[in-house]
Design a protein around this ligand. Structure first.
Ligand SMILES: [Zn+2]
Length: 192
């Protein structure tokens, strides 16, 4: 017998009691991100938090919460290793980490360049291990034709903006393959 003030009694089917079997999942993405952060930390380059996205999905069985931060490292390429990691690139994105050369920090268009990298992070999260297939299957991962377009200085902002806009990004209802941290709170057995 439930006590009379139990709210579960008033619902035919309810999932109002949280079970204690909370599950925490770290993806391959989290592992890669942590390794990359450690790599830069050993070069003396501390990350800063660029953004954080928190998602929540509720079903009959569970409440799922996802936490997806993006860390930003400004690298001076002071060591051979970090120079090697950045070789030929102004910036790159892997897992939850954007690494960008410190000399671009005060560039006028740095915000757009970081948005480009943040979109790559959204792509990786959305497609998981299939992300390389996105390039092979013809998804516009880089924002062509603007990405490869030579642009004079007075046109750079517009081209870069169009490049970010043209990049493939997961639609709003997309189910991401990876999250930095996923928490699952199973709900109690439904009461009939
Ligand atoms: Zn890119």
């Amino acid at each position: 017998m439930y006590p009379p003030n139990n709210p579960c009694l008033t619902q035919k089917r309810t999932s109002c009691i949280l079970a204690t079997r909370m599950k925490i999942e770290f993806s391959l993405l989290s592992g890669l991100s942590c390794l990359l952060l450690l790599f830069f930390a050993f070069q003396g380059e501390a990350p800063e938090l660029y953004s954080v996205e928190i998602g929540c999905e509720v079903s009959d069985e569970a409440i799922n919460i996802t936490i997806d931060p993006i860390f930003l490292v400004w690298t001076h390429c002071a060591t051979d290793l970090s120079y090697l990691a950045m070789k030929g690139k102004h910036a790159f994105a892997l897992g939850n980490v954007i690494a960008c050369r410190n000399r671009h920090r005060d560039d006028q268009l740095i915000d757009l360049a970081l948005q480009h990298e943040a979109t790559h992070i959204a792509q990786q999260r959305a497609l998981g291990i299939f992300c390389p297939l996105g390039y092979l299957c013809g998804l516009n991962m880089e924002g062509e034709p603007y990405y490869s377009m030579p642009c004079p200085d007075n046109n750079r902002a517009m081209v870069l903006e169009k490049c970010v806009w043209a990049m493939w990004a997961p639609p709003a209802k997309w189910h991401n393959q990876w999250s930095f941290i996923a928490l699952t709170f199973p709900l109690s057995v439904p009461i009939h």
